[in-house]
Design a protein around this ligand. Structure first.
Ligand code: IVH
Length: 737
């Protein structure tokens, strides 16, 4: 496929091992990339993610940069994709180019530097990079006569009938004031699948027993490239224009002016483009849309920066594949493909059995992903994933990783269906739904199932409960399933009674931090086991001492944390705080009338019923009693009347204007309220006093007009102490400047 180095530059590099290696890798990559392009363009069934494809291309470009002689016309770097033979070929009037991708701001800067060296000070047009499918539309005398996919950039596929079903694409351009309809307009843009519709489409695909689409772009391509255009019509495709080809009777001077004309003729243009003067402003645009990327109507995978002026675009020109006047900044990947090694089941703190994916570790959106929840057995079925599948894994923003869909095209036939186990993998109890019709299965052994108890302990010691430093997940697992000793806890009731003697005999298996697999003792070949809380001499480790100290200190945590730590179904920190604030006492919560609880803001009937159910269980109430005996705080302290502030402002309405020394606006208002006063935002005859701090506004003038007493900001402390009888600083000093 590639010409030899000697043929290219006359040098013989057959002895250079680096070059030989680079050439071999170049050939492999070329074959691999060509195959992936075929799957992507011709079959709409890629087996690797976009970012993985980009990585292969990047490697190829790097090799060609180091060894330019390897670049030949067959190289994937010199081609713009391929097309399927299922549709009639159409020659584009002007070549459809692709974009040079970059993955860092440094690379954007390097691109801008190259441009500026040639054409300084040119404005940039920033746009979002829509994750869809490029099409070329030809309008003759204002009528849509041809629509084609990009294909290889020169020849595409005729999809006129399909595009005609997209409501956003006008069949006729509308004449508009100041914009005559041109004789010929070749306009390029993106056909996309709106994000919200995409979720619905995948649900209906699954309901119909079909595989879900891996992303909106595949859905757009699959929907548009239907032999039967009536099928395309059933899909809510849309379109946004982002470029021009051949033109007659239309001579815009910039891309942004062209967009204004296109919009006037009825062609959809993006609401998000922006012309900026500097590359720094382009960075701001990238940051802004990086943050908003999932809030737009369509998915985006980056930002495109173009030189706005069309004459400058022409002057800068293009390589065979990409224009020099534009660059595509790609966001870090949020979606990658990896192998689904296994599906396991975890038991949560309320007993729910949740299948989760064990993945071949892969980097997604900046972090390594090894596990992803699959929610329940119905979801596994709905997604159609099988053990051994290549799957699409997504991690959007801060969202936890999820398995989106299998890559069916990558199946070998060795994949196996997942079967939900009948028994709890932790304690062997038969799993069952909590109520008829529940999709979730639960382990009924709530009190002592080691899985449930471990999870409850880890939750109880966590940030939103008792916040016990040094009592992490492994410590909790060791307390529940200690090797070499009897478990020290049958439930969480005994957690505040733990003694060092309970801890010292506990052993754990040593695991490899990377794989999570047990490490073996080289001598015996058996799993390596160590004491968790004791050192080699059998004395307490510092962490064990600290854990017990922290448990002691945790007994003084406020009531809402205690309520949250009980792991009552549906009760999280928000409901726990609402309950603690309303009742102030755990016994009052336990004995509360269900209707009263349900009426508390942030609680409601489901939570109220769950609380009643929880306290109806003997061993649950026994937990509370053991905690109480151990000294855990069971009520929030009522404010101590001896600490109440004198109510010097009782019955008074105070308006605060301008800055008060040593107080924020909120702090000053809180101080007035703490003294029994009311704070108002506007001055009226009923106002008792206006506190005028630095730079007071019109409220000061109004107070003077109405004869309302004015207190200087400097006298605010005295006002709080003594009320309106406080001596005032002489008037002159309270006057605003
Ligand atoms: S400009 C010569 N602008 O990205 C200019 N393309 O990776 C080429 N795309 O083929 C296109 N949003 O399908 C341009 N705002 C945008 C775009 C955009 C999405 C697609 C387009 C192009 C591909 C290149």
């Amino acid at each position: 496929m590639s010409t030899t180095d000697a043929e290219v530059d006359g040098t013989d590099r057959t002895d250079d091992p680096d070059f030989q290696r680079a050439r071999a890798r170049h050939e492999d990559l070329s074959v691999e990339i060509t195959e992936h392009r075929r799957r992507y363009y011709a079959e709409d069934a890629p087996t690797i993610s976009d970012s993985q494809f980009d990585e292969l291309m990047h490697e190829l470009v790097d090799i060609e940069t180091a060894y330019p002689e390897l670049k030949n016309e067959d190289s994937p770097t010199q081609q713009v994709g391929t097309f399927s033979t299922a549709f009639t070929p159409v020659q584009h009037l002007e070549k459809m180019l692709s974009l040079q991708d970059v993955f860092s701001l440094d690379e954007v800067q390097a691109w801008a530097d190259r441009i500026t060296a040639e054409v300084p000070g040119e404005p940039y047009l920033c746009e979002v990079k829509i994750d869809g499918l490029a099409v070329d539309l030809v309008y003759e005398q204002g009528r849509l006569t041809k629509a084609a996919t990009r294909g290889d950039g020169v020849t595409g596929e005729d999809v006129t009938a399909n595009v005609a079903t997209i409501a956003a694409v006008p069949q006729r351009l509308a004449a508009a004031d100041g914009h005559d309809v041109p004789e010929l307009l070749e306009v390029r843009g993106e056909v996309y699948f709106p994000s919200a519709d995409f979720l619905r489409l995948n649900e209906s695909q699954v309901a119909a027993g079909k595989a879900p689409f891996a992303n909106p772009r595949n859905a757009a391509a699959g929907s548009l490239r239907q032999k039967d255009a009536a099928k395309t019509a059933e899909r809510p495709l849309s379109f946004i224009a982002h470029g021009l080809g051949a033109l007659r009777g239309f001579e815009p001077d910039s891309q942004s002016h062209a967009y204004a004309a296109l919009a006037a003729w009825g062609l959809p243009t993006s609401p998000y483009w922006r012309v900026v003067g500097t590359v720094e402003e382009a960075y701001d645009y990238i940051a802004e849309f990086g943050e908003q990327r999932h809030r737009l109507v369509h998915e985006i995978d980056g930002v495109v920066i173009k030189i706005d002026r069309l004459d400058v675009q022409r002057r800068l020109g293009a390589t065979s594949r990409t224009p020099r006047w534009a660059v595509a900044y790609k966001f870090p990947p949020e979606e990658v493909n990896t192998r689904l090694l296994d599906i396991k089941v975890s038991i949560g703190r309320t007993g729910r059995a949740t299948p989760y994916a064990v993945l071949e570790p892969v980097r997604v959106a900046g972090s390594e992903v090894e596990f992803a929840t699959l929610h329940n057995a119905d979801q596994v079925k709905a997604k159609g994933v099988r053990i051994g599948d290549t799957v699409v894994v997504r991690k959007a923003g801060d969202v936890i990783p999820e398995v989106v869909a299998p890559v069916e095209a990558a199946r070998t036939g060795d994949e196996t269906e997942f079967v939900m186990p009948e028994r709890c993998p932790e304690c062997g109890s038969v799993l069952a739904p909590a109520a008829e019709g529940d999709v979730d299965l639960r382990c009924p052994n709530a009190r002592s199932c080691p899985g449930q108890l471990r999870e409850r302990l880890a939750y109880l010691s966590g940030r939103s409960c008792f916040d016990v430093d040094r009592m992490g997940y492994i410590a909790c697992a060791a307390l529940v399933e200690p090797l070499g000793a009897d478990p020290v806890l049958v439930d969480e009731g005994g957690v505040f009674d733990l003694k060092m003697d309970d801890l010292l005999p506990i052993q754990v298996v040593v695991r490899d931090p990377d794989t999570g697999l047990p490490k073996q003792d080289p001598k015996t070949g058996e799993d390596k086991v160590v004491a968790y809380f004791a050192n080699k001499n059998g004395e307490p480790k510092k962490t064990a001492v600290q854990m017990l100290e922290n448990l002691e200190a945790a007994k003084r945590q406020p009531l809402w944390r205690v309520v949250n730590a009980l792991s009552i179904r549906h009760v999280g920190p928000v409901a726990a705080q609402a309950l603690a604030e309303h009742f102030g006492d755990l016994d009052r919560i336990a004995n509360a009338d269900e209707a009263e609880m349900a009426a508390v803001d942030g609680v409601g009937p489901t939570i109220a019923a769950a609380i009643k159910d929880w306290f109806a269980v003997d061993w649950h109430r026994a937990i509370v009693e053991r905690w109480r005996e151990a000294g855990v705080r069971m009520q929030d302290d009522a404010p101590d009347p001896s600490e109440a502030l004198p109510q010097t402002l009782e019955g008074l309405t105070i308006v605060i204007t301008g800055g008060i020394p040593d107080y924020t606006r909120e702090g000053a208002a809180a101080a007035v309220k703490a003294r029994g006063g009311k704070v108002s935002g506007s001055v009226s005859k009923k106002t008792s006093a206006v506190v005028a701090g630095e730079k007071p506004g019109s409220k000061y003038d109004k107070a003077v007009q109405l004869g309302v007493p004015v207190v200087a900001g400097a006298d605010f402390a005295a006002l709080l102490e003594d009320g309106l009888s406080a001596p005032q600083t002489p008037d002159a000093e309270t006057e605003p400047e």
